[in-house]
Design a protein around this ligand. Structure first.
Ligand SMILES: Nc1ncnc2c1ncn2[C@@H]1O[C@H](COP(=O)(O)OP(=O)(O)OP(=O)(O)O)[C@@H](O)[C@H]1O
Ligand SMILES: [Mg+2]
Length: 436
């Protein structure tokens, strides 16, 4: 039934009354992807883009439409979606023929994007080829490929400046991770294809909080961008949270990319919901998504590998490698890190506290250093003394122990056990050094 309040009816009527009579051929009206009305996306379609049978795209211009006020929407400081009418021109260089497609973009009564087009019926497939390219460019975040493309986050892209040199890990581990990534993209993707397998590799970085997993992802992303790869970051930060569709979408976008692609998923365990478990397994198998022939590598992190389904963890092929990112295991690394975070304030006597930094995550060492620098500044002290550094260390250890006691006391109380004393154990100083 004709309903004059429906926006698509109004646009349709307008096209029929004012536009189609000006065209002397059989015309078709249909809906189109809003990617075709995005100026940023259109910017990435090259002039003379071939749409089939020798026809090429020859540009677009704004067209008059008295139904809609022309409005340009901006996103991340770039002109994005255009509301109003656009005329797309196509030409056939051999025959000098031309045709045009009129697009009207607006919102419907439910505030959803509404994009309608009107083209000569005989050129339908040429228009659809063009529309598909707009969609591909939009979905692969072409405009954002020099930065990390974000799916499911508050921003569309993010920059990263962290390098692998900033991260202190056992050297063998760091090398193995880098080699895994490099060898897959340099050789592996081709081998997978020769074996008729989907070029899809998945690695998991597992470890307790604060060991540098997020930092490692940022550094790998930074390195990949410099090598010309496409990097997608799946973010749990939008209102939807850690939902399976974000990973699925990221892999779809990866499959559309014309570059080798890294997909980063942090806290993979939080995406393991009962309702979408089966789909997740299929996605990790690669059976649910088409694959990018240049290769897709999924790099995931977790604090809780045990929360990830056994069918993912134990079945070969769902996660290809698991790297355990440890707490500080060597004094040399712990010292390097302390030096890094203390910067110019470093003094050799601080080495005394280094043994106490072992078996602690990197984030702990960073906090010891930053807190000590803050106390020194607060006390207007010109130099950071060993005592201040120890005070910072003590306070952090005390805080961690207090939290552990609080949690274990609560657990005991919940189980009906009476707790004697608080069991708190402070770090002791003695003349020979520190015990803990
Ligand atoms: N191995 C490391 N080398 C250098 N700095 C580190 C390292 N580990 C942790 N840090 C410092 O601690 C901060 C927190 O680390 P990061 O966020 O990468 O840990 P994470 O493993 O991702 O933790 P979570 O599991 O809680 O997400 C970093 O910004 C960095 O300053
Ligand atoms: Mg993290």
């Amino acid at each position: 039934m004709f309903n004059p309040h429906r926006v698509y009816e109004q646009v349709g009527q307008w096209l029929q009354r004012t536009y189609i009579p000006t065209q002397k051929q059989d015309m078709t009206i249909t809906f189109a992807s809003s990617a075709c009305s995005n100026l940023e996306t259109l910017h990435y379609i090259p002039a003379q883009y071939a749409v089939g049978d020798g026809w090429v795209y020859s540009g677009y211009e704004q067209a008059a439409c008295d139904l809609i006020t022309p409005i340009t929407l901006f996103q991340d400081k770039k002109a994005g979606r255009f509301i109003g009418a656009l005329r797309f021109m196509f030409a056939h260089p051999d025959t000098n023929e031309t045709f045009e497609v009129l697009l009207v973009s607006t919102w419907n009564e439910h505030h959803n994007d509404l994009v309608m087009v009107c083209f000569p019926t005989k050129y339908a497939t040429h228009w659809i080829t063009f529309e598909d390219e707009c969609e591909r460019i939009q979905s692969t975040g072409m405009a954002y490929q020099r930065e990390v493309f974000v799916i499911g986050g508050v921003h569309r892209s993010l920059k990263t400046t962290i390098t692998l040199d900033d991260i202190h890990l056992p050297p063998d581990l760091k090398t193995s991770i880098i080699n895994d990534v490099d060898s897959f993209f340099e050789k592996g993707a081709t081998i997978y294809q020769e074996l008729n397998l989907k070029p899809f590799r998945k690695i998991l970085l597992a470890g307790v909080p604060g060991t540098g997993k997020t930092m490692l992802c940022s550094a790998l992303a930074n390195r990949a961008l410099k090598k010309g790869l496409f990097v997608i970051y799946v973010s749990g930060s939008s209102i939807a949270g850690s939902e399976f569709w974000k990973i699925h979408r990221a892999l779809e976008v990866a499959s559309n990319s014309d570059k080798a692609t890294i997909v980063l998923v942090e806290e993979l365990d939080t995406y393991m919901h009962e309702e979408t478990r089966a789909q997740m397994l299929n996605v990790l198998d690669g059976s649910e998504t088409p694959m990018n022939p240049h290769g897709t590598m999924l790099i995931a992190t977790t604090n809780y590998p045990e929360k990830i389904d056994n069918r993912v963890m134990k079945r070969p092929g769902r996660l290809d490698r698991i790297f355990i990112i440890p707490e500080m295991t060597s004094e040399a690394d712990a010292e390097k890190m302390l030096r890094q975070y203390l910067g110019k304030a470093w003094r050799d006597e601080y080495r005394e506290i280094v043994p106490e930094l072992l078996n602690r995550p990197g984030a702990f060492i960073r906090e010891v250093a930053l807190y000590a620098l803050t106390i020194a500044a607060y006390q207007h002290s010109n130099e950071l003394t060993l005592e201040i550094l120890e005070e910072s260390l003590d306070s952090l250890i005390g805080q961690i122990e207090a939290k552990e006691n609080f949690l274990s006391n609560r657990r005991d109380r919940e189980m009906g056990l009476v707790v004697q004393g608080n069991g708190r154990r402070r770090r002791q100083n003695n003349a020979n050094g520190n015990n803990h």
